[in-house]
Design a protein around this ligand. Structure first.
Ligand code: MN
Length: 498
């Protein structure tokens, strides 16, 4: 488990130097709060440290506003702090230029009104840019009261629409909740207060019976010798707001205003604990969710169940391991912490293959961003589909989880496993039954690909493929030209080297 990131006893020499440089560069500048400007980059530094980010990211966080707002240049930064820091600062600077509509990024980014998409492409190079941006946004929101009201609303709205969903995509649960609730307070203050009071009231009225439930669970789990930690979790104001909208404002249909969270040592204990809870209380039909076997799209894992207690109270339980809990709260930042070295090395080589497979969308984003920069054609509609469409999780016969976009077909699955498998497909079994290559895969399907050495790729398969990934592999196998390799501006086709 990630230690509680205590403030380091002392900053490294490089970090100290970055603070010096930033302080000097921002000298004389004030924030809207009236404080010296350097307070802001230093706050961003602290947030990144709390998230357990690597030194380069922390340094880039300290310097993130210097290119835009001071006379410091990217060259200065590169010379003093190296390529990686310069790259990150440049990325964060470009990100804000996308938002203020400056030209820089338009030189390679096709005109699209979709700010979310523009933002995503702009940061496709290195997801650490996004993490710095999120830390920046978090501190700006925490100090938003200093801005004039119309600005407050604008920033808050953008956060709700863009940054909070991004935090969710990265499974940074704590951040998502803080961003969403801080923003919602500015976007709809009256509703915020209303719901906050409602939650507080609910919390108070439930606390006695929750205490009783905790005691019962503690006794039962001790008897089974399961080590655990139990705590209550209160729903965030914004997610309650959204859920109420979905349920016609009927609060009686919301069962997870308060949930009890149980954290145990391993997956076996998760399922044992679920059994213990169900032997104590009556589970509600259809409310058991196994996000351990079938993680959410952002990699979130947990067992959820809603039960009716002895005194007829409806309570949701969330059961997970420490690692799952860590990942649910810190998300991508937690992966960085675990894989820091590996990831950093891979970034230097331009690879991010050590990201969890459930974050493959980041990989795709990176590829697209690179293509755009090189002036190659990109189908933005398709990209958007791939980035934001719901994923499904399907299984190999051995039980490995493969994530694919909704709409994927057996050949997509085969090519995802390996091109050698894709090229030699003769048939497919879905959930043990022979099926055909046109059959859309469904969440949870077990897919077995049948192959033969003598099979060769067929051009008719192009109609039986959904993902660009598989299409690219098949086209290569068929030796078809890759249509997207053509620079957008060139009308004439260059002769292809084969
Ligand atoms: Mn900033």
């Amino acid at each position: 488990m990630i230690p509680n990131h205590p403030q380091k006893a002392e900053d490294s020499a490089r970090i100290k130097r970055a603070i010096e440089v930033a302080t000097k560069a921002h000298e004389g500048q004030l924030r809207k709060t009236g404080e010296p400007y350097i307070v802001h980059p230093l706050a961003v530094k602290r947030i990144l440290e709390e998230w357990g980010m690597d030194e380069d990211t922390i340094i880039a966080g300290i310097l993130h506003d210097t290119i835009e707002d001071t006379s410091l240049t990217l060259d200065n930064i590169r010379k003093e702090f190296g390529e990686s820091v310069a790259f990150l600062v440049d990325g964060v600077t470009k990100l804000s230029t996308v938002r203020t509509g400056m030209r820089d990024i338009d030189t390679y980014l096709p005109a699209t009104k979709d700010n979310f998409l523009r933002l995503m492409i702009a940061l496709g190079d290195d997801i650490r840019v996004l993490i710095i941006k999120l830390a920046d946004r978090l501190h700006n929101l925490r100090t938003l009261s200093a801005l004039p009201p119309d600005k407050q609303k604008k920033v808050a709205k953008e956060t709700l629409e863009v940054f909070a969903p991004l935090a969710d995509r990265l499974n940074m649960g704590l951040l998502r909740v803080e961003l969403a609730d801080l923003s919602f307070k500015y976007v709809n203050p009256r509703r915020y207060e209303e719901l906050k009071n409602l939650i507080d009231k609910y919390n108070k009225s439930a606390s006695k019976s929750l205490k009783k439930i905790e005691d019962e669970i503690t006794k039962a789990l001790n008897k089974e010798k399961i080590e655990f930690k139990i705590s209550g979790r209160v729903k965030s104001v914004y997610s309650l707001h959204k859920k109420l909208a979905k349920h016609n404002q009927n609060i009686n249909e919301i069962y997870d205003i308060i949930a009890l969270r149980i954290i145990v040592n391993d997956i076996t204990d998760c399922y044992l604990t679920l059994g213990v809870i169900h032997s104590l209380y009556t589970p509600m039909g259809g409310r058991i969710k196994d996000y351990i076997a079938m993680p959410k799209q952002n990699g979130y894992q947990s067992l959820h169940t809603t039960v009716i207690t002895k005194d007829k109270r409806i309570v949701e339980f969330q059961i997970r391991t420490k690692e799952m809990h860590e990942y649910a709260e810190r998300g991508l930042a937690a992966s960085f912490y675990y894989n820091e070295q590996k990831l950093t090395d891979n970034y230097k080589k331009g690879k991010i293959e050590h990201l969890p497979t459930n974050l493959l969308w980041i990989n795709e984003l990176q590829t697209t961003a690179a293509r755009l920069r090189e002036g190659k054609k990109v189908d933005l509609k398709k990209l958007k589909l791939n980035l934001f469409a719901d994923k499904i999780f399907v299984y190999t016969p051995k039980g490995d989880i493969i994530d694919l976009p909704k709409g994927a077909l057996p050949l997509d699955f085969a090519y995802r496993l390996h091109s050698e498998i894709g090229d030699h497909v003769v048939g497919v079994k879905i959930n043990g039954k022979m099926s055909n290559l046109n059959k859309k895969l469904e969440q949870g399907d077990v897919v077995e690909i049948l192959t033969s050495k003598n099979q060769t790729p067929k051009s008719s398969w192009l109609d039986k493929i959904f993902t660009p990934h598989a299409r690219g592999k098949l086209r290569r196998a068929l030796k078809l030209p890759d249509p997207s390799n053509e620079p957008e501006s060139k009308k004439k086709r260059k002769p292809r080297k084969v």
